[in-house]
Design a protein around this ligand. Structure first.
Ligand code: HEC
Ligand code: HEC
Length: 418
């Protein structure tokens, strides 16, 4: 068992763990100088831009010299500089979790709130857990359609794991990576952390990783194998980027929108609506009555919404971060898969792809009534690199989704595209 030691704060002056504790005990955390992260000095980017290496060996951690040794995560956890440099070289340097996957699992500290989405991004069947930390005495602002407006100091994490058998997802779990988004005064920053083989610590891996030959048994009982890609820091931007009003490319979170958060979560025996929970904790302002909050359905639950709504939701959360009018890939392909788009042509109907290259299953992105001649379906169904969509973030076909999109296209009134 790992002891319950306090992690060092990740930002000098914030005293994250201490602030959390204080907040939990009473509410007088108006101490310190509040959330005043240091400027960008000290960013460790020595390996950013390098192509991902083949690794997955215990000592693969590039930034953490000894992170792979069994006692990393012991008393002197945190490399000597954890808490002094930003970003911390190890995940534990953020002070957001206690425990380790090796010893009973990662447990979010008080104030680091776990959440789930109604429909998540598919990432090769990996099991993901997410947490949201909003500093005490600050709060997010509700938006009906956009990402919640999150205050400086917010940290969001997403951890990716593969159970040996998805039918028993709690057993024999290998945690691979934890991705972190931090809201700083200058905007959002993204960091990849890669878990060591001993499952005791995750180390900053700006260059990304390829984990060869990950194997697991799917829910259908079929064994699957893949080379799993941990994206590099630069690759985070491919999906987490939009153009702001001044045409600057800025990094943004994607999934923390009211419609995806509008569901219940089990907070240790008590199931509560996630948005209501945030509001109850004082971490969310402006939440209207829940029955007027929009909701994206679970794309695979027929009882929740129409086929159209479910298919559009799947495309929205899996594709629209690239295929929208404010993202580079969206603007080059002119294919807009965001749920707000009501224009059939830019949704792909009878649209010839902008990019050349044959062998993608047809001539048009969507041929209403015919999924098998629709490029959009073909590129979701294929596992061929260079053709498959999303172009980043998956190696395997999402069978259920391929069926969903096929059904959606087949249900459209037939039309022969010219
Ligand atoms: C292939 C596209 C893609 C890439 C590459 C990607 N992300 Fe994301 N990320 C998403 C999507 C879509 C969501 C929201 C859906 C979800 O959480 O399942 C998301 C969610 C997150 C979240 C939860 C908060 C949020 O935005 O909703 C974090 C944290 C995160 N990503 C960090 C990263 C980091 C760090 C990297 C780079 C190491 C990265 N992501 C690379 C697509 C991507
Ligand atoms: C990481 C960014 C990214 C994500 C995520 C992504 N795409 Fe793409 N997509 C691109 C880029 C870039 C192009 C243009 C180059 C090409 O055709 O390969 C493209 C092109 C396409 C095209 C051809 C469109 C045209 O008219 O030119 C289709 C169809 C497509 N994507 C479907 C999807 C679907 C469906 C998803 C989600 C399941 C998805 N994409 C997710 C980046 C992305």
């Amino acid at each position: 068992m790992t002891n319950g030691r306090m992690h060092k704060p990740f930002i000098p002056g914030l005293g994250l763990a201490a602030v959390l504790l204080t907040a939990a005990l009473a509410s007088c955390s108006g101490d310190e100088d509040g959330v005043t992260p240091q400027p960008d000095a000290g960013t460790t980017e020595r390996d950013s831009g390098l192509p991902p290496e083949d690794s997955g060996t215990p000592d693969a951690g590039d930034a953490g010299d000894d992170a792979g040794t069994p006692d990393a995560g012991g008393d002197d956890a945190g490399t000597p500089d954890a808490g002094e440099v930003f970003p911390p070289t190890t995940l534990s340097g953020f002070g957001l979790f206690t425990g380790t996957p090796a010893a009973g699992g990662l447990r979010p500290v008080e104030g680091n709130i776990p959440y789930t989405l109604t429909t998540p991004l598919f990432s090769d069947y990996s099991v993901k857990t997410r947490t949201l930390f909003i500093p005490p005495d600050t709060s997010a602002r509700y938006s009906a359609s956009e990402v919640l407006d999150l205050p400086v100091g917010t940290i969001i994490t997403k951890t990716f794991a593969f159970p040996a058998d998805l039918r028993v997802p709690e057993e024999n779990v290998r945690v691979i990576e934890t991705r972190v988004l931090v809201r700083r005064p200058g905007g959002w920053e993204a960091f990849p952390y890669f878990w060591n083989e001993a499952q005791t610590e995750a180390t900053l891996a700006n260059g990304g990783r390829v984990v060869r030959d990950v194997r697991f048994i799917g829910e259908d009982g079929v064994e699957r194998r893949l080379d799993y890609l941990v994206p590099s820091k630069n690759q985070c931007l491919k999906c987490h980027h939009v153009q702001d009003a001044q045409d600057n490319q800025v990094l943004v979170p994607i999934g923390v929108k009211a419609r995806y958060l509008n569901r219940e979560h089990d907070y240790g025996g008590e199931a509560l609506n996630q948005l209501q929970h945030l509001a109850n904790l004082g971490r969310l302002t402006g939440l209207p009555p829940l029955d007027s909050v929009p909701r994206a359905p679970n794309a695979f639950n027929e009882e929740e919404a129409s086929l159209e709504h479910r298919a559009r939701t799947y495309l929205d959360i899996n594709c629209a971060h690239c295929h929208n009018p404010k993202a580079t890939s969206g603007t080059t392909s002119r294919l807009f898969l965001n749920v707000e788009n009501t224009d059939a042509f830019t949704l792909g109907v009878c649209k010839r792809p902008g990019s050349a290259g044959g062998g993608v299953g047809g001539e048009f992105d969507i041929v209403p009534g015919s999924h098998s001649t629709s490029i959009l379906w073909y590129r979701m169904d294929t596992e061929e690199s260079g053709k498959m969509m999303p172009e980043l973030g998956r190696a395997l076909r999402h069978n259920q989704a391929s069926r969903l999109i096929a059904d959606w296209i087949d249900a459209m009134p037939p039309q022969s595209c010219k």
